[in-house]
Write a protein that binds this ligand. Structure first.
Ligand code: ATP
Ligand code: MG
Length: 417
């Protein structure tokens, strides 16, 4: 029996209406100094719309653990927002039979001025639980979130990690019949991510329904028996998760070594930062353009910062196609005005293995608050080299560094033994 039923669901957004961060005075000055330009760039044009979801239909049975995959901007979060009633569909119908606990974006559902304790009760009440019921779950939530010491601190003072931990604990423990989790887990540390995945597995085993969006294919395959692949607002594959993930990886393993976006409101990002360029420049000194395990790589990003003056740093994640994180490298923190910022990270030769890699780039504020992250900014292949010797198989290991070896043979004793 279906617990969720989605029929011909579509969602249309107006684009170009999300303004970069500006003070009122600046906006006013812009209108006064160049009114024509201002109205042109910010006017809500009728045809300036996109369909984030178009004609999406599917059913979810009770107890199913459903994974949702797709590229950046595919419509995954939009779908979860509609199912969680955070936003309304433009067309179509959604029927849900059960209480929904959802974790969409850091902080949705929390009141910043209220303490952790008060927010737990508030969320329980919103889910329709009685005070007694919430009290029974309270200790479990606090223990899971590891926020005992900060229970009576307003959540606006929490770090983003604490926020996510509490938000997940609340969503997962307040007995929702349907648990909806977007990729926000990426904010927590690896240990907490594991704990969350374990908890979602438990929720699934208890016969409750879980919808889970992730770019981590390994986690998704192990957690979900079924997956839906969304692309440009359409479902293009729905079935057993192993098969859907395999299709997805196969179809999307296209090498992307450069992407450019116009410097306008539509470049990927938000009102704080936008990504303008991502480029992979192999440093192979005029040799042919094939990247091998011996090619040093320069990974280049250009962002535009819209914050007045901010302390920022880059954080780059490198993943294998299976979603295993090979490394996370952060740039030093720098101060940026409203300007373009270029960051180049150098990956040395003889470090990566022969694999296909995906690059995620993130802009972080104050060394702790993620402002925007972009999956698959780059996708590239590292090839094997022609090797001497007899072994032609792939080398084992996530990385393949050339390490220093010292070998000593005990020549004097060789005869005796
Ligand atoms: N509030 C909004 N106003 C205008 N456009 C929006 C809004 N929210 C989302 N969009 C657009 O709708 C499309 C789908 O976005 P959505 O956030 O659902 O993608 P996603 O699959 O969750 O991507 P990601 O993997 O990056 O999280 C994108 O083109 C996005 O820019
Ligand atoms: Mg999303």
């Amino acid at each position: 029996m279906s617990i969720i039923s989605v029929e011909n669901l579509s969602k249309q957004y107006h684009i170009g209406t999300k303004l970069p961060y500006r003070t009122f005075r600046e906006t006013l000055m812009n209108v006064i100094t160049s009114p024509a330009k201002w109205f042109k760039s910010n006017g809500l044009r009728e045809n300036n719309t996109i369909w984030a979801l178009k004609d999406v239909s599917f059913e979810v049975k009770q107890g199913e653990v459903l994974g949702i995959i797709g590229h950046n901007g595919a419509g995954k979060t939009t779908l979860l927002k509609i199912l969680s009633r955070v936003t309304e569909p433009t067309e179509g119908e959604v029927r849900i039979r059960g209480r929904v606990g959802s974790l969409l974006e850091v902080g949705t559902g929390f009141h910043p001025e209220l303490t952790g304790r008060e927010n737990i009760f508030l969320n329980g009440a919103i889910l329709g639980m009685r005070k007694e019921e919430i009290k029974r779950k309270f200790d479990e939530i606090v223990a899971f979130a590891e926020i005992e010491k900060f229970l009576d601190t307003p959540v606006k003072r929490y770090s983003s990690g604490m926020y996510v931990r509490l938000a997940f604990a609340v969503a997962a423990h307040l007995d929702p019949e349907i648990l909806i989790v977007d990729e926000v887990l990426a904010v927590g540390d690896a240990q907490f991510q594991k704990k969350c995945l374990g908890k979602m597995g438990d929720v699934g085993k208890e016969g409750r329904t879980v919808l889970f969006v992730s770019h981590n294919m390994t986690a998704l395959k192990s957690l979900c028996n079924r997956a839906i692949w969304i692309d440009k607002g359409h479902i293009i594959n729905d079935g057993e998760s192993e098969a859907v993930v395999a299709n997805y990886l196969h179809e999307t393993a296209k090498v992307v070594i450069e992407q450019n976006w116009d410097d306008n409101n539509n470049a990927p990002g938000n009102e704080k930062v936008r990504l303008l360029k991502a480029r992979l420049a192999p440093d192979n000194k005029g040799m042919d353009s094939i990247i091998t395990v011996e090619t040093p790589l320069n990974v280049e990003f250009v962002f535009r910062n819209f914050l007045p003056e901010a302390s920022l740093n880059y954080s780059m994640h490198l993943y294998t196609m299976d979603g295993i994180c090979v490394l996370n490298s952060g740039s030093p923190v720098f101060t940026a005005k409203r300007e373009k910022i270029k960051g180049i990270c150098r990956i040395p030769a003889n470090f990566l293995n022969a694999e296909t890699y995906r690059v995620k780039i993130m802009m972080v504020q104050d060394a702790s608050v993620p402002l925007y992250d972009h999956n698959d900014a780059l996708i590239f292949d590292v090839n094997d080299i022609e090797r001497e010797g007899n072994w032609y198989g792939k080398w084992a290991g996530v990385v393949r560094p050339k390490l220093d070896w010292q070998v000593e043979t005990d020549n004097n004793n060789a005869e005796k033994s």
